[in-house]
Ligand binder design. Structure first.
Ligand code: G
Ligand code: G
Ligand code: MN
Ligand code: NA
Length: 254
């Protein structure tokens, strides 16, 4: 697979970078965290978004290594922002579902936390794909052990995955992230607005927090406020920015 070969050389040449998008609390818009989003600084094509390579990367032999590299980079960046953010500011990292299947995931992440001096509660793992729990029953045990380290687990793109409801009930999840396709219909589509409000209500009934993704307008914020949504993320606050750009954003807010 030629893409896979290019990805390997990209990793060896250090061409992956992380961008960061702020996450704010809905009630007062206080900055509570950021999501790390991978990009590939391609020498000829420029900055490539994850949609161009993430599926192949996750399936490749490099998937786990890059996954741990992302966690390490994000923890280092979080450490560098300590004077600019709240002590509870979380850095959220997307990980392929299959990483929970890695029998060493707990010790490898524990090592990253130690090496970078990161308390567990600084880190949130976003699970982007469905984990095959029948084939990997220990994935849930790994999740619980990570939570014992203070790390939180979020279900990403919630509402779009196959059998996501059953999945939600089976996994010890702290938060759901409502996919931006739901917000995109607010306020024009009554169906989308209703679905959004009910997803938030469902999460609360299950004792989970909710981050709404793709928030672009004040009208969307009104719905999130009235539904009691915990956090919001989207262009209304900021697009994802490179590490320097994000640090500038933090300094401006500070
Ligand atoms: O930044 P952008 O909106 O293009 O990201 C699209 C999607 O790519 C994200 O929603 C996320 O699901 C996925 N993604 C981004 N960064 C990473 C990463 O570091 N690892 C994995 N596995 N997925 C990522
Ligand atoms: O993890 P996930 O795939 O959900 O990552 C979020 C993606 O959505 C990022 O690639 C980011 O660039 C994109 N994004 C972030 N905020 C907005 C927004 O307000 N509107 C739209 N259309 N896309 C967004
Ligand atoms: Mn995500
Ligand atoms: Na998402």
């Amino acid at each position: 697979n030629p893409l896979e070969r290019s990805l390997i050389s990209a990793y060896l040449r250090d061409e992956f970078v992380l961008h960061y998008q702020p996450i704010v609390r809905v009630t007062d818009r206080k900055l509570v965290g950021a999501e790390a989003l991978i990009r590939w600084e391609h020498p000829e094509s420029g900055l490539l978004p994850p949609s161009r390579f993430i599926t192949t990367l996750c399936r490749s032999c490099l998937g786990k290594d890059v996954g741990y590299w992302v966690i390490r980079e994000a923890c280092k960046a979080r450490g560098g922002w300590s004077n600019l953010v709240d002590p509870n500011f979380k850095i959220s990292v997307n990980i392929c579902g299959r990483m929970f299947v890695d029998q060493y995931i707990v010790s490898r992440i524990q090592k990253i936390l130690q090496d970078t001096g990161t308390p567990g509660h600084f880190l949130e793992l976003e699970v982007t794909e469905r984990i095959d729990l029948d084939r990997a029953p220990h994935a849930i045990e790994n999740m619980r052990q990570l939570q014992e380290l203070g790390i939180s687990v979020a279900f990403d793109d919630f509402g779009t995955g196959f059998a996501s409801m059953k999945h939600l009930l089976d996994c010890p999840v702290d938060r759901i992230k409502i996919d931006r396709s739901f917000l995109s219909g607010v306020p024009n589509s009554a169906v989308h607005s209703t679905a959004c409000a009910h997803l938030i209500e469902l999460a609360h009934l299950l004792d989970m927090e909710v981050t709404a993704e793709g928030v672009e307008t004040e009208e969307q914020m009104k719905l999130l406020e009235s539904s009691g949504c915990t956090n919001a993320q989207g262009y209304l606050f900021s697009a994802p920015a490179g590490e320097d750009g994000f640090a500038d954003y933090l300094r401006e807010r500070h």
